[in-house]
Write a protein that binds this ligand. Sequence first.
Ligand code: 2DT
Ligand code: MG
Length: 216
Amino acid sequence: MLRGAFIVIEGLDRSGKSTQAAMLVSRLEGANVPVKLQKFPDRTTPIGKMIDAYLRSESDLDDHTIHLLFSANRWELAAQLEETLKAGITVLCDRYAFSGIAFSASKGLPYEWCRAPDRSLPAPDLTIFLDIAPEKAMERGGYGDERYEKEEMQRKVRELFRRMEEEITKDTHGVVGAWTTIDASQDKEAVAQDIWQVVEPLTDGCSNVIRRLWQQ
Ligand code: 2DT
Ligand code: MG
């Protein structure tokens, strides 16, 4: 039996990730493709609750500490994620390790240090980066009041996503799976159509073994 595809959606706040993830789930279900949506951070676990308190500024944590908690939140769900894929179910993640690197590195932590704890996590088959200028994203009703939802930070985060895209495209960092950038400033139907174009080829499932992030 083929395993499910592992697809990640990444992007800035208000780039439309959650909307597009929901639309994609409906479209996959409509095509009889079993799919599970996984959000990172997953705020429901004990680690997730610590992350949630930090993001809502109810607690303060050292930058390294919160970075490791975000990574630990992926690790605690990694085995389950793999089991789901092996059961033939497609997994769609709303954010993954790339957000982990982009947001922490934008605060000044060394890029390589940020990448290290996520090494060996299941690698996505496809990462879809919904690209939008921070000022455009802000026009969509402004950012919320969580930590990180500030134009200056979003600008740095976008630069880091672009750095990752370049490295991944040049394959200088081992396994990360395919990366595709989509113009997220288009209307939501057009974005959904662009997404479907890259996702549809994966809907029959994958025959290759699940690879590991940043390993050969
Ligand atoms: P949401 O708005 O999508 O709930 O994200 N973040 C996310 C990190 O800093 N590191 C990570 O590893 C992940 C997954 C992005 C809440 C914020 O958390 C940031 C925005
Ligand atoms: Mg947010």
